[in-house]
Design a protein around this ligand. Structure first.
Ligand code: 13P
Length: 253
């Protein structure tokens, strides 16, 4: 059985006091969790600060990226070992904002993935097409290429317990969410694609998250889809009440 996962990507938002306040509010809104895993991914510099308010809750802490190399001479980077040492459990990798603004390609994302795995972190690998690609009827080809671009480099076994997040670029921060049917159709396609890479059993167990303008008012429909195992939530994760409502929208088996 795939345990649903809701991850909040805080992106580059909030000063330290905001992060602590949000974590405090989350601890109050989500004191205990049943049948759903919840993780929040603050900016690196706030990771330490959110630990204390989240202590004693079931909310895990994730990061938004990790270095593609082990500890050493990589000015400006943060190693997966450092994150694991802080108590971080998950790491978002290959987010479309990283691909677009920081020119991250499959090679560097694959290396980051391997470093994350080697440190015991759970990677959340993001894939998704742009509007132009969707309009050209290339959504599936693009998403498949993004997945194979990583598995060709790390091998099917290298995926480990990693999670894949389908985030159509046109739905991120735009308020224009994919319909539940569009999300389900792509998630089904991703699972079929994974089955050819890692075999049916591995693909059947892999968690697939949807991301892109997931909100309290559309979460239940998206999360009810058979192959949607959770969400990667951006803007709506910055409001504790809204994020808690999304977590509560997870269907209980
Ligand atoms: P929004 O929920 O703000 O659209 O962001 C989605 C996202 O990019 C999560 O990683």
């Amino acid at each position: 059985m795939r345990t649903p996962l809701i991850a909040g990507n805080w992106k580059m938002n909030g000063l330290r006091s905001d992060a602590v306040r949000l974590a405090d509010e989350l601890a109050r809104h989500l004191p205990d969790l049943h049948g759903v895993e919840v993780v929040v991914c603050p900016p690196f510099v706030h990771l330490e600060a959110v630990k204390q308010p989240l202590t004693g809750t079931a909310i895990a802490i994730g990061a938004q990226n990790c270095a593609d190399a082990a500890l050493g001479a990589r000015t400006g980077e943060v190693a997966a070992e450092m994150l694991a040492d802080l108590g971080v459990r998950h790491v978002i990798l290959g987010h479309s904002e990283r691909r677009e603004y920081y020119a991250e390609d499959d090679r560097v994302i694959a290396a980051r993935y391997q470093r994350a795995m080697a440190s015991g972190l759970v990677p959340i690998l993001c894939v998704g097409e742009t509007l132009e690609q969707r309009d050209a009827g290339r959504s599936e080809a693009i998403v498949e290429a993004q997945i194979r671009g990583i598995t060709d480099l790390i091998g099917a076994d290298g995926l480990g317990a990693g999670v894949i997040a389908y985030e159509p670029v046109w739905a991120i921060g735009t308020g224009r969410t994919a319909s539940a049917e569009q999300a389900q159709s792509m998630h089904r396609f991703i699972r079929e694609c994974l089955a050819t890479i890692e075999g049916h059993d591995g693909a059947a167990e892999r968690r697939l998250l949807y991301g892109g303008s997931m909100k309290p008012d559309n979460a239940a429909k998206l999360l009810a889809m058979e192959d949607v195992d959770g969400g990667l939530v951006g803007g709506a994760s910055l409001n504790a009440e809204g994020f808690a409502a999304i977590c509560a929208a997870v269907p209980r088996g």
